[in-house]
Design a protein around this ligand. Structure first.
Ligand code: HEC
Length: 91
């Protein structure tokens, strides 16, 4: 009687790990989707939330670096996202 009780608990524990594992894998997939976004997509999605998204020819390459740093803190972007957007706007 006692051993079957333990076996049942073990099954529940395994199931929990399986569910946690599935959630973890799903979470990684989502961040991969974000990582695959290019500069133009990130620019379109983030830079017009507060104002018109400025065109790439509105500032020089050097100015975009400064704007990127400033707007990174406003838009809460990762360094990678910021670099992609700056790269898109500079070229
Ligand atoms: C959370 C809101 C917000 C987001 C998101 C945002 N900005 Fe801004 N942006 C501002 C505000 C507010 C200003 C006015 C200057 C200041 O006080 O920061 C500004 C000013 C600017 C300016 C200067 C405009 C000028 O004519 O001098 C540029 C260029 C700019 N943003 C580019 C961007 C880019 C590129 C992105 C995307 C990475 C972006 N912004 C995302 C809020 C935002």
């Amino acid at each position: 009687m006692k051993t079957t009780g333990i076996k049942k608990i073990n099954t529940v524990v395994y199931l929990c790990f399986a569910i946690i594992g599935m959630i973890a894998v799903n979470g990684c997939k989502e961040s991969k989707l974000i990582a695959e976004k290019n500069g133009m997509t990130l620019w379109g999605e983030n830079c017009q939330r507060c104002h018109f998204a400025p065109a790439s020819n509105a500032f020089s390459a050097e100015e975009w670096k400064t704007v990127g740093l400033h707007m990174q803190s406003r838009a809460l972007l990762t360094n990678k996202e910021r670099d992609k957007i700056i790269d898109f706007l500079q070229n």
